[in-house]
Design a protein around this ligand. Sequence first.
Ligand code: GLY
Length: 454
Amino acid sequence: MKVLVYGSGGRDHCLADKYGDSQHVDKVFFCPGNPGVLYTSKGHSERKLIELVNLREFEKVADFCIEQGVDLVDVGSENPLGEGLIDLLNSRGIQTVGPKQEYASLESDRAFTDDLLKRIGVPKPEYRVFDDPEKAKAYVRNIGYQVVVKANGLAAGKGAIVCDEVPDAIEAIDMIMVEKSFGDSGNKVVIEERKYGTELSFFVYLDGKHALPLRMFAQDYKPAFDTEDTESIEKFGGNLNTGGTGCYCPHKLVSPWLVNRIIKEIVNPTVNEIYNHLGWQYKGVLYFGLNLDPYENLDVFEINVRHGDPEWEVLARKLSTDLFEIGMGVWEGKLDQVKQVWNNQCYVDVIAMEGRSKASKGWNKGYPGRYGKGHKILGLDEIERGIAVYFAGVDENQEKGLVTFGGRVLHLVAGDKTLEGARKKAYRNIKRLSFVDHNNNDANCLRFRHTIGA
Ligand code: GLY
């Protein structure tokens, strides 16, 4: 079988890798992909069955799939889903995993989803939606509790700004709605009550008829810095949210009773609404971003229409079920026949980010602020066997080989029978990597959080 994974980030690289592990699959096309895939030493095998396909135009991707006889296309990220890639591929007779454009509004229109959840009684924090910044500001001045200010549309995981004080919320509203830091995604904001507790990311595959809730969940680390890193937090004017700086699984709260509770209180009513009231034949992943507070109340922060990044990188390593069987189950409406199997390892994903580096004039603060590019990546050949490296923001340079290209550069995923063991392996190995800051005497400008899984 031939699979094409459409995407270019760490999650998408990991999807390609996981399809490559399938007993049914002999070729995986990674499109438009990233050149990191050619450098990966996953430890247990050569990844020669993954081939890069440098196509971005949807029509050309469809032409390629037909020419090559691709059996299944999995679309990893929200932007192509929101732009209708699935609709186009299906109209050309190509089998896919991922929701259609209309259904992707669950992620690209927060207000729509919040109203849906409220209507069906699924617990979520108090919220109000505004299209006028002044009205939004008046609201946050009046309510008296802390809020999260969210861009209504897509913002690469950075659109939710957690605020301590009213001036922080005013600043966030200005940034989103007036300065338009996330473009038109900031035409509306959702102001949501800030919740305290433990975050967890829960995933469900849908095939248009059935639901396959994954009985395993993960914890993402969204803040840019460790709490102890007060110097960086001060420099950045707060501990900014990122698309994720690392992840671990199993989440410390995984238990059969909590999984059942999430399915009963949150997944089932939502899936029922999608299938039976909206009448959507949703085929793909639903991602529930949840909070469990100290009183054991669950709340839904957000729904996304794809796997989490970096959550998928750890879940994929733990999942023993053949991903092609899940993917075909999604397409054929046969998820009821898929059995999920998880290995007994713990996994930790530490993300290597672009840190402070020298720019042609002055300094780059590093991700999630302005970051440098083109820094040579060293040390990949020193990574121990059995550790997975999934690439995100990388490029290939004729002279230097693999270089940095984005803020989140690569994921290093280590597994062990204990969480502490996995943490030790991940940290031992990430310290072997460096990003060479050629403008600063070849200093290492790689940065990572130290507390993932701790
Ligand atoms: N890990 C957050 C996200 O994928 O949106």
